[in-house]
Design a protein around this ligand. Structure first.
Ligand code: ZN
Length: 458
């Protein structure tokens, strides 16, 4: 039980939070897109019941480190998207939804990774999304729209991070190559290789890579949900974090700044998919454990665990057993038996959607449910929505995922308020030198300002 060892070790030494003025040599930002306090607590609860393990984000980082909250609104709305939230956390300035570290007046304030590079630090971006997706992009680059994928990869090439790892090979390769989408015929993977990066395309190659610079691209677009992941094709978030730290810790007289993002926490929230969320949270937490173990060996490292916004209006609650009566005797509260039902699910709603295709058949649907969702029954109203490709409420935009989400919710109490984001403040947990500045209720721009100050050292 390595996690217990980590717990015991921290318990023994204590995590005396460093004075606010302390400057870390290395900064590791562990980032679960779409996670706020309900997601973190679900990770803690499900990990305890199903894995008999501490969830290190809550049980070590939050419990023993410094904890703060961040308000998340962008410049042009109450509810944020990932681009605006990450831009504020990276630059210290509010931007509009959809913008990548460009302010409403057109300015491009320095990103965290640009500041780190200017300070002589090595830099790394790791994600389960495409490496040019909103979060890694906003921590490093600038575009008016998060959809400018080719321009973002061009900027990534110019910035030349020491470690780039995740999905998104499509905009690194010319349209003439398998999976390629670039319109200018260029091969950006070859360009990184020519600049000294070891190029990695499989988990086996990742395990064997030993150089200080890595370009690792495991899929043409986003990497898979943990619940669907094929270990021969894609590594875990923890394996990616381990490889990134091994690479960045080499030849780094001035230290490094590393961002490790699990995007599937957000995507599972958009899809109202509690079982996929649970597996994604565990995968992320295993990577937090890797970061904490590195911090233990290198105490001049600051580890930050956070998210950018809440996704899904996630609300584990109670439900009526059926609609025959609203009496409390006909009610159940979500508990251990219900999280055990989630554990028996073996496929993401997204994979169900792909298998159903554009003309869903009742026979295929029934087979998938019987095999991958044991113990769940699909009510006639939800079956009609799925087979008809229909939605029935305006805060929902994923078909058939939201109907499958309601199937699971009716029997487990794992309900969702929306298939979008909510303004729930996000939690920041920090361990190591400089952690103290994150304490209290702050704005997400404060998070960015603190990072720049910690990197500058004044
Ligand atoms: Zn999102």
């Amino acid at each position: 039980m390595a996690v217990l060892l980590v717990l015991a070790a921290w318990g023994a030494t204590g995590l005396s939070s460093a004075a606010a003025a302390d400057q870390p040599r290395n900064i590791i930002i562990m980032f679960a897109d779409g996670a706020a306090s309900t997601q973190w607590d679900f990770g803690r609860y499900s990990s305890k019941v199903l894995r008999q393990q501490p969830f290190v984000t809550t049980d070590v980082v939050f419990r023993q480190g410094v904890v703060g909250l961040l308000a998340t609104s962008p410049s042009d709305a109450y509810v944020t998207d990932s681009a605006a939230a990450a831009s504020a956390m990276s630059t210290g300035f509010k931007v509009k939804n959809g913008a990548i570290s460009i302010t409403p007046d057109g300015a491009s304030p320095r990103t965290v990774m640009e500041a780190a590079k200017a300070a002589g630090k090595r830099i790394g971006l790791v994600t389960t999304a495409t490496v040019y997706d909103a979060t890694p992009a906003a921590f490093a680059l600038h575009t008016a729209s998060r959809r400018d994928s080719q321009a973002l990869v061009d900027q990534l090439r110019a910035l030349e991070p020491d470690v780039v790892m995740g999905g998104g090979a499509d905009y690194f390769l010319p349209a003439s190559a398998p999976g390629g989408k670039r319109k200018d015929g260029q091969d950006v993977i070859a360009a990184f290789r020519a600049r000294g990066h070891t190029v990695v395309r499989t988990p086996g190659e990742l395990a064997a890579a030993s150089g200080p610079k890595l370009l690792a691209l495991f899929s043409d677009d986003d990497m898979d949900f943990e619940i669907d992941r094929d270990p021969a094709r894609e590594p875990t978030t923890a394996e990616m974090a381990t490889a990134a730290l091994t690479a960045l810790a080499q030849q780094s007289p001035n230290g490094f700044v590393l961002l490790v993002e699990n995007e599937n926490v957000d995507t599972a929230g958009h899809h109202s998919d509690a079982a996929s969320l649970m597996r994604a949270l565990w995968a992320f937490d295993d990577a937090v454990k890797v970061a904490l173990e590195f911090q233990k060996r290198h105490p001049d490292t600051l580890v930050i665990v956070t998210g950018d916004h809440e996704t899904g209006g996630f609300s584990p609650t109670y439900a009526l057993k059926d609609l025959s009566s609203s009496a409390s005797s006909n009610r159940f509260y979500s508990g251990d038996e219900h999280v055990r039902m989630l554990e028996r699910i073996t496929m993401s709603f997204n994979a169900v959607k792909e298998k159903l295709g554009t003309q869903p058949s009742a026979a295929v649907l029934d087979q998938l449910l019987a095999k991958h969702f044991p113990g769940f029954r699909l009510d006639p109203d939800l079956r009609e929505l799925i087979l008809g490709g229909k939605i029935d409420e305006r805060n929902v935009s994923y078909v058939p995922q939201s109907a499958l989400g309601r199937m699971v919710a009716r029997q487990t109490g794992y309900y969702w308020g929306t298939s979008g984001h909510t303004p729930q403040p996000v939690v920041v947990g920090a361990v190591g030198p400089g952690a103290g500045v994150f304490q209290g209720y702050q704005d997400n721009t404060d998070f960015g300002k603190h990072l720049h100050q910690l990197i500058r050292g004044k």
